[in-house]
Design a protein around this ligand. Structure first.
Ligand code: ADP
Length: 307
């Protein structure tokens, strides 16, 4: 659905995007995960014709963006980071305005606005002025405005930043509903929980480069991140440690009376507990450290996702 080859962009002396390539398949939710300043918005802005790339190519549904901008624009809806709504108008009037900008025929527009207001769960508030809306509700109207011309692809740039937890969930549900209806979605965020919940495939982006891309489990494999069990005993001596190592045959690091054990939690956790009990080791603390995209990011870049 989207094919990007060797795309780069600099702003004066900042290389914001450095020679990135990726493919997004029809019907998937594709996530760009990376910290602030990684180049996510610049990438989306080039794909949505807001910013012109220095080099590289972008194809949207087979159309070359550099010589077929209008066709590409029809295919995509863009939800930008900044909220672009008129406070003194109602939600309905704002959507009417956006619909006319997108040249949606007046007859279709009414039905389309109503459909979308139902989808985003704000039909009952349609006649209220935007200035009475919460930040999260404004974001949902922003999403609605990107959908009026019935695009096949939706670009969403950090749509949950500054949004309360309830609205955040509503936004997730909207993304899921749209995707179920067949829409291809490109989603940028620095929240790993969001890509874990929403995205089929993920590109990890840092300092303008794609460090790795794939499904969550492919990324885990590429980064070499393992699950860990951290287990603390009241006391453990060298003899007990050696017997434990022999029985478990796992990679174990001991710090005082605690052990960090590299394992496959599903398979090994109950075995670790049973073997510990059989050696009369009294467990005082146990923590399972699952491999997640935060640890994948740390392993691949040496940095935390959020500072
Ligand atoms: P992200 O969306 O991942 O936070 P951006 O794409 O916004 O990252 O920014 C990538 C880099 O490019 C940053 O260093 C940012 O300061 C810089 N940048 C982005 N837009 C501009 C611009 N219009 N002018 C100058 N520098 C910019």
């Amino acid at each position: 659905m989207i094919q990007v080859n060797n795309l780069s962009k600099s702003f004066e002396n900042i290389n914001a995007v450095k020679d990135i390539s990726f493919t997004i398949k029809r019907g998937e939710v594709f996530g760009f995960l990376g910290p602030n300043g990684a180049g996510k918005s610049t990438t989306l802005n080039m794909m949505s014709t807001i910013v012109k790339g220095d080099s590289g190519s972008i194809f949207i549904d087979g159309n070359d963006l550099s010589n077929n901008q209008n066709k590409c624009k029809q295919l995509i809806g863009v939800v930008p980071q900044e909220i672009s709504l008129y406070d003194e108008f109602s939600a309905y009037q704002n959507l009417q305005f956006w619909g006319s900008l997108y040249k949606v025929p007046a007859k279709e527009l009414k039905t389309r606005i109503e459909e979308i207001l139902h989808l985003i769960g704000l039909y009952d508030r349609k006649d209220d002025l935007i200035k009475t809306y919460s930040g999260g509700m404004k974001r949902r109207i922003n999403i609605a405005s990107a959908l009026l011309h019935n695009p096949k692809i939706l670009f969403m740039d950090e749509p949950t930043v500054g949004v309360d937890p309830q609205s955040r969930n509503r936004i997730f549900e909207i993304v899921e509903k749209l995707n179920q209806q067949g829409m291809t979605i490109v989603y940028t965020t620095h929240y790993m929980e969001e890509v874990e919940r929403l995205c089929n495939r993920i590109a990890i982006i840092d300092d303008g480069k794609i460090i790795a891309q794939g499904t969550k489990s492919e990324l885990q494999k590429q980064s070499g991140v393992k699950e860990m069990v951290e287990i603390c005993f009241k006391q453990i001596n060298e003899n007990q440690l050696n017997r434990l190592k022999e029985s478990l045959q796992l990679n174990i690091i001991k710090t005082e009376n605690c052990l960090s054990i590299e394992c496959n939690a599903n398979k090994d956790l109950s075995r670790i507990i049973t073997v510990s009990n059989s050696f009369d080791l009294e467990i005082v603390d146990l923590e399972l450290k699952k491999a997640n995209l935060e640890t994948v990011f740390l392993n691949l870049t040496g940095k935390q996702l959020r500072d």
